[in-house]
Design a protein around this ligand. Structure first.
Ligand SMILES: Cc1cc2nc3c(=O)[nH]c(=O)nc-3n(C[C@H](O)[C@H](O)[C@H](O)COP(=O)(O)OP(=O)(O)OC[C@H]3O[C@@H](n4cnc5c(N)ncnc54)[C@H](O)[C@@H]3O)c2cc1C
Length: 453
């Protein structure tokens, strides 16, 4: 392959902070807010024009229960709850004050979330936000710490110098470039592009799977057939449909992800054509496409304390617990339209073509797990000093990742990363030496409801 050599370059350090956060999904912004509330000066770099990541740019507008599965104990508070309350005031979120064994789904309006995240960030003047800004690489010190990151935007190339870094890029871009080992998921969950459809519900009850199967020969671009969706709160007519699936895609490969964008939009095109043909009287129209395909899983950091399904799903109480959740293990097939669930009620289900093909108990009859816990250790790249990861790149095996990957869980990881970064800065210790219990106590002092036991 041809190569070119770029001359050595002097880059201005235009930003200096205590903490630099890469990526501004709720995970990244919540990390920044928690750190700012503890007095840190934070710079946040985000390549899009807004906060929210998959929840806004990706149109994924569904959070899940903040209660344990008995519905009696609220286990998630903090910034997720604050944001839910803010969205409630704008009529932009579904019911979130009730729990139950079937883990309530909580739809929200992605555009309203964008506005509320803007407001949240701007209420914290210690956070300097750089939108339209692409993080590109770290600058390392001789002792293995990161001294700065290089970023680029319309104004040019610049460096952000900081004492601590939080990688909330989803893909673990900073962890990887800083030289920490990364692990590709063996069988990663597939990416999906969502779409906003107007008047979808006016078409009445449509069996999308059957419709797709009957028309596949006429519309070869139709997706595999698994779908879910929700009416968007605040609107009578707009429906978010998540019906595409790109099989066997390497989401860390730029070319593969480009082709996945094309393919997912071909799938949406075929689907909307078929829906219009099937229900012409409904006047279904395509009102929104994501500005980026939704990536469920790409790669993971390698930590000293990975999250393992067999521990997490037996209710392990970690010394460094920093979050709790109830979302089931939900694994989308990477090679077909299958999906499997492992519910905390004790049942395991396997669906193929939206048909339940197998159901069994993984817990003895009558037993259930009220909630599981998430440890701080799975966010810390092995040997890292002034770096922590928060988001879907966390160190989790297939089962535990299937559960923790949802936003109410990753939001908590973001908050924990922000607080852990402050603990490291204030104590002068490496992140690996931080006491997870102290991080949890600080989180709970700031509004989290992380169960102690
Ligand atoms: C189709 C689909 C449906 C899903 N359904 C649900 C659901 O119903 N409920 C649920 O809770 N979860 C759901 N999930 C999972 C959930 O959305 C994700 O796991 C979660 O949003 C990941 O959060 P994150 O912060 O790790 O990453 P992201 O949300 O991907 O955020 C990463 C951020 O980093 C920014 N970034 C990346 N690289 C750079 C760079 N170089 N420079 C600057 N900024 C950068 C990105 O722009 C983005 O804002 C779904 C996922 C998909 C794909």
């Amino acid at each position: 392959m041809r190569s070119i050599t770029i001359p050595a370059e002097t880059i201005p350090v235009t930003e200096e902070a205590d903490i630099c956060v890469i990526g501004g999904s709720c995970t990244g912004l919540f990390a920044a807010v928690r750190a700012a509330r503890l007095g840190a000066k934070v710079v946040l770099l985000e390549k899009h024009n807004r906060f929210g990541g998959a929840a806004t740019a990706g149109l994924v507008c569904m959070w899940h229960s903040i209660f344990d599965i008995t519905g009696e104990r609220q286990i998630i508070g903090g910034l997720t709850f604050e944001m839910m309350e803010r969205l409630e005031k704008r009529g932009a979120i579904g019911e979130f004050r009730k729990g139950g064994p079937h883990v309530p789904r909580i739809p929200f309006n992605s555009n309203e979330l964008t506005l509320e995240l803007d407001a949240l960030a701007q209420e914290h003047p210690q956070i300097r936000t750089c939108f339209h800004t692409f993080y590109s690489r770290p600058v390392m010190n001789g002792d293995g710490t990161i001294s700065a990151v290089i970023a680029e935007n319309k104004s040019g190339r610049f460096a952000v110098a900081a004492k601590f870094f939080i990688d909330a890029s989803g893909d673990g871009l900073l962890c990887r470039a800083a030289g920490y080992p990364m692990r590709r998921a063996g069988n990663p969950q597939p990416p999906t592009a969502c779409a906003l459809l107007e008047n979808y519900r006016k078409a009445g009850r449509i069996d999308l799977k059957e419709l797709i199967e009957q028309n596949r020969s006429r519309y070869p671009d139709l997706p595999c057939g698994y779908s879910w969706g929700t009416a968007v709160p605040g609107s009578d007519d707009v429906y978010m449909l998540s019906a595409t699936r790109i099989l066997n895609c390497d989401c860390m490969d730029a070319d593969a992800i480009t082709q996945a964008e094309f393919e997912s939009r071909r799938q949406i095109r075929a689907l909307t054509s078929l829906l219009r043909e099937t229900a012409p009287e409904a006047h279904i129209s395509l009102q929104g496409l994501p500005s980026e395909i939704g990536i469920r899983e790409s790669c993971h950091i390698v930590s000293a304390g990975p999250l393992r399904g067999k521990e997490m799903l037996t209710g392990t109480c970690y010394r460094d617990t920093i979050g709790a959740g109830t979302y089931p293990v939900d694994i989308h097939g990477n090679a077909d339209d299958s999906i499997s669930f492992l519910h905390l009620t004790g049942s395991r289900q396997y669906f193929r073509s939206r048909t339940l093909v197998r159901e069994e108990r993984w817990l003895p009859e009558g037993e259930f797990l009220p909630f599981y816990r998430i440890p701080l250790s799975c966010l810390i790249p092995g040997g890292a000093k002034n770096l922590i990861a928060a988001g879907r790149m966390l160190d989790a095996d297939g089962d535990s990742f299937g559960a923790v990957r949802v936003m109410v869980n990753l939001n908590q990881c973001g908050e924990a990363a922000g607080v852990a970064a402050c603990c490291a800065l204030n104590s002068g210790k490496a992140i690996t030496e931080i006491d997870g219990a102290a991080v949890r106590n600080e989180l709970n002092r700031g509004g989290s409801l992380i169960p102690e036991a």
